[in-house]
Design a protein around this ligand. Sequence first.
Ligand code: TRP
Length: 453
Amino acid sequence: MALSESAHGMWSSRLMFILAAAGSAVGLGNIWRFPYVVGDNGGGAFVIVYLLCIFLVGIPIMSSEILLGRLGRQSPINTMKTVASSSGASPGWQIIGWMGAFVGFMILSFYAVIGGWIIAYVFKLGSGDFSGMDSGFSGSTFADFTGNVWSVVGWHSLFLIITIFITARGVSRGLETAVKYLMPALFVMLAVLVIYAATTSGHFVQGLSFMFSLDFESLSWNSVLLAMGQAFFTLSLGMGAIMAYGAYMPKDTSIIGTATTVALLDTTVALMSGLVIFPLVFANGLEISQGPGLMFVTLPVAFGQMAGGQLFGCVFFILVTVAAITSAISLVEPVVAWIVEKLKTTRVNSALILGGAAWLLGLGSAFSTNIWADVHIFAEMTYLDTMDYVSNNLLLPLGGILIAVFSGWVLDKKMRDSEMINDSAYYPVWQVLTRFVAPLAVFTVFILTFVTA
Ligand code: TRP
């Protein structure tokens, strides 16, 4: 039954799939979120748990998503429908696709807001506003900027317009063209910045040791849950983004090998971002556990103090913009493909409908730092914090359990074997991880987090 092509288009090679999937994976999660969550959770021990999650849970589930996508060759919602029915399983498994579409929306809604802040900061850094400034100035600049509802909504809108534009152009003319040029540019910029941080800050080793020093004392179950949520978020797992991209992947390529390559690229970028950010923070005696403001408050100060900081600061935020846009298009793709299939409409219409809806839902996050700053959804969390916490730490891992169980236990064995034909060496390892290790690990972390909370 497996089709050799998708109606939405195809990646022109394995390399293009890798660039697209790495484009999805590498994003705000690596550069903005990873360093501050590591900072908030004490460093090394958190990083180790995060790496374990990447290898034991992330790579197997990424392989599962690619496998299912390539079998179904449609949007995740319809892929799950087709694959479940040809396995003789309940149509209820379509929930993976529906939940994914919903979670993708939630993520996009706050992602585009933060993406907007990033674009704004390209101009702030580039104009030299931060030259020689201290963290008091930087903090109030950030507070003034995010406190102004018009500017936040304006930049948020621009971010979505770019995302929708690329998506509307289609898989090969839009997505593939974007990642083909942007991803190599991103790797070059990042390498330049690591060298810059290593040579100018004088605190490179301190940054390194912060990231790899083991202090398991300070690691709570909630930190473990955060490390796992971060692993899902950074690899774009649990909501069908990789499944959608897998639908456009050529047939004759290995799945596990490709997933491992993507995960290694993503992990390298996260660790390199830490190596850019932590040394700069230490060199300037700034606060490491700053939360979400780390990149916006501390980094500009660090750049403002350094030779060439105006240029490198601007380059840094361009890099983050690029990373964020190639990720945002993968949040949109599952639903755009589904609207095209369902309404038999064009990609352009579909992308516009979706962009409008995401913009509306995103207003809540845009308002979270100004007119709704005092609205707490639960505990101390604003709308933006809630969207982030619930999607990353609860819904993505939950989607991950379902994907692992479906592909490990429910999917027709013949279909699974035929897709994994180029993966003979690691196929048995994948089966053990997908059937037992990944679902049990996620489940255990859930239970322990809530029991010990
Ligand atoms: N992985 C991206 C990042 O690290 C975010 C992202 C893109 C994502 N697509 C996703 C997260 C799908 C979860 C699911 O920034």
